[in-house]
Design a binder for this molecule. Structure first.
Ligand SMILES: Nc1ncnc2c1ncn2[C@@H]1O[C@H](COP(=O)(O)OP(=O)(O)O)[C@@H](O)[C@H]1O
Ligand SMILES: [Mg+2]
Length: 581
């Protein structure tokens, strides 16, 4: 209930903000459209003047004068039309500038919560859809529609019966639009879902090119893509059929109406109720009156698409909420407190870690060991704020992680994930975390601390070597050491490393040990998850995580000692990997 309330409030706030941002332009467009629509009566008036004045009087000068006036008015109409479409294109660009960064921020955040890349990137495409729509014919129809009565009144003034017939035509066309809407609403959503599923398959196939090649199942992967693509095509064909059929119906109806108006006009002229000029004028005006509906029907698929995209973008804004920047805090320097945290997987809510409780002081290093799937990586994600805690809190110098902005917290945290994760950028950009004007000295210091400086300068491009997607120009061990340098960059207070030695050789492990010692000496805190004891040389504390619980915590020697019963599991696990150095 409360949640609903706050959601409604957030929605209202976002709607208000959007309205404030675009109201002025909306009014302006509405007025410009009014001028265009009034100028568009030129054709009809011209007909009236030709038939009832020029032809009737047989005066060439009158004909020339009327024609010159009409040409002038047409030019004005064209001018305003250009202005209007330019405004719309700029509104689209403005909307894009406002939404694109937000959409991308959400997109890069969604995978943390179990969404596929394809699904996440759809938000960016929503921005494209809305911008594309604003630059198309669709919005013209929307802005012309309120001015339809001008033409209806014009026709009505020529003759009430003609007015009634035009109105009847408008009602039938509007009904067609409503039918179009009812038929295509659900289909549009389904089609969009199908595109996302297809793109997800494509994304996963492209990512796994190596295994598809080595084990020869690229053909089957393509078949899977083909299946997803066919589902999308089926839906799209159905959508196009609907809009095609209704579009054709509306066009025929309009032509029919136009002829019917001429017929009725002729009849009214024969019985002496109407002038000859009025026949043509009413036909021209009626056509123009119905044009917006016709245009709307023709563009309905785009209207629906843009509307859905806009709704998703608005929901995105709503879900971001009022994220106010927290007040800046001094850099942490004393402690890391993990206060009885319970962590669940954001994607499915499964509890992965229960009631984990411990405290580390500046200068300490904790090694975390335990069987695989025990919850070690989950703990690392909670310590770094990647995953929120369900209960309990993680505190740096007693302040909950939520009290820091992402950016501020990030500068106090170094994280080396299990699968490293390098960006498609240069080595220097990766180490400096995409620093805009990074200090080369700090980059080199971090690389040296990670023992990777010599390797980097041996590369042809040195620190400016581009890493390619997922850093694939490097070996796994090299990637891991660049990842370590990135974690150490800027001497963050807390450094969390998830199996940092899984791909390291002896020399790499020595560098890692020195890095941990370095963190301790400068008064930082290091947390190292390890399955090989060689990573734990420089730690003073060890914890055991298994089955989502912390079953041991204490000085390294005690926890790893055979005599202490609490650490049986740890010892058993470690005995396979060799003795602790
Ligand atoms: N994103 C996720 N969504 C749901 N469950 C997950 C996710 N990541 C890990 N798990 C589950 O959490 C458990 C602990 O995983 P993890 O913390 O990665 O273990 P460890 O690092 O100790 O090997 C595993 O059973 C795993 O299946
Ligand atoms: Mg793990």
């Amino acid at each position: 209930m409360r949640i609903n309330n706050t959601k409604a409030l957030a929605e209202e706030r976002v709607n208000d903000a959007l309205k404030r941002e675009f109201r002025g332009i909306g009014l302006y467009l509405f007025s410009v459209s009014g001028i265009i629509n009034i100028l568009a009566l030129t054709g009809a008036f011209y007909m009236l003047q030709i038939y009832d004045r020029a032809l009737a009087s047989g005066s060439i000068p009158t004909l020339v004068a009327i024609s010159a006036l009409a040409i002038g008015l047409y030019l004005f109409q064209g001018l305003f039309d250009i202005v209007r479409s330019q405004i719309l294109v700029r509104v689209g660009a403005r909307l894009d500038r406002k939404f694109a960064p937000i959409a991308h921020k959400v997109a890069i955040d969604m995978p943390r919560f179990g969404f596929s890349t394809a699904e996440s990137l759809e938000r960016g495409r929503d921005v494209d859809t809305v911008r594309g729509f604003l630059g198309s014919q669709g919005p013209m129809a929307i802005f012309d529609m309120p001015w339809m009565p001008v033409y209806m009144i014009f026709v009505y003034l020529l003759h009430p019966l003609l007015g009634a017939m035009t109105l009847g035509g408008a009602v039938i066309l509007t009904l067609l639009t409503i039918i179009n809407e009812l038929l295509s609403r659900r289909l549009a959503n389904a089609t969009q879902q199908a595109v996302v599923s297809r793109n997800a398959v494509a994304d996963s196939n492209a990512r796994n090119a190596d295994i598809l090649k080595a084990m020869g199942f690229a053909g089957r992967a393509v078949a899977r893509y083909d299946k997803a693509n066919r589902e999308h095509l089926t839906l799209q064909t159905r959508g196009n059929d609907i809009s095609g059929t209704l579009g054709a119906m509306s066009r025929v109806l309009r032509m029919l109406l136009q002829s019917a108006l001429l017929g009725l006009g002729a009849y009214l002229t024969i019985i002496g109720d109407l002038s000859a000029g009025a026949i043509i004028a009413s036909s021209v005006a009626a056509t123009r009156a119905l044009a917006p509906i016709d245009l709307a029907i023709g563009n309905w698929k785009n209207v629906v698409g843009a509307r859905n995209s806009m709704r998703r973008l608005r929901d995105t804004l709503v879900s971001l909420g009022d994220a106010k920047e927290p007040m800046p805090l001094p850099a942490p320097a004393k402690s890391l407190k993990v206060d009885k945290i319970t962590v669940s997987a954001p994607a499915n809510g499964r509890v992965l870690l229960s009631e984990v409780n411990f405290e580390l002081q500046a200068g300490q290093a904790l090694g975390i060991i335990g069987p695989s799937a025990g919850g070690k990586t989950t703990l690392a994600k909670a310590l770094t704020g990647i995953w929120p805690t369900l209960r309990g809190s993680v505190r740096l110098d007693d302040a909950d992680l939520g009290q820091w902005s992402d950016e501020a917290l990030g500068s106090h945290v170094g994280y080396l994930p299990q699968d490293v994760g390098l960006l498609d950028a240069t080595i220097a950009e990766n180490i400096s975390r995409l620093g805009v004007t990074p200090d080369p000295a700090r980059i080199v210091a971090a690389a040296k601390a990670a023992g990777v400086h010599d390797m980097i300068v041996r590369l042809d491009g040195g620190y400016d070597t581009p890493l390619g997607p997922q850093g694939n120009v490097l070996s796994a061990g090299e990637r891991q050491r660049i990842g370590l340098a990135r974690a150490l960059y800027g001497d963050p207070f807390l450094v969390v490393m998830d199996e940092p030695n899984s791909n390291l050789d002896g020399e790499g492990e020595q560098a890692l040990t020195r890095a941990i010692e370095g963190i301790r000496e400068r008064g930082g805190i290091a947390v190292i998850i390890a399955h090989r004891p060689s990573a734990l040389v420089a730690v003073n504390l060890v914890a055991v995580i298994q089955n989502g619980r912390m079953t041991a915590f204490g000085p390294k020697d005690e926890v790893l000692q055979p005599q202490r019963t609490t650490s049986n599991v740890a010892r058993a696990d470690f005995s396979k990997g060799g003795a602790v150095a």
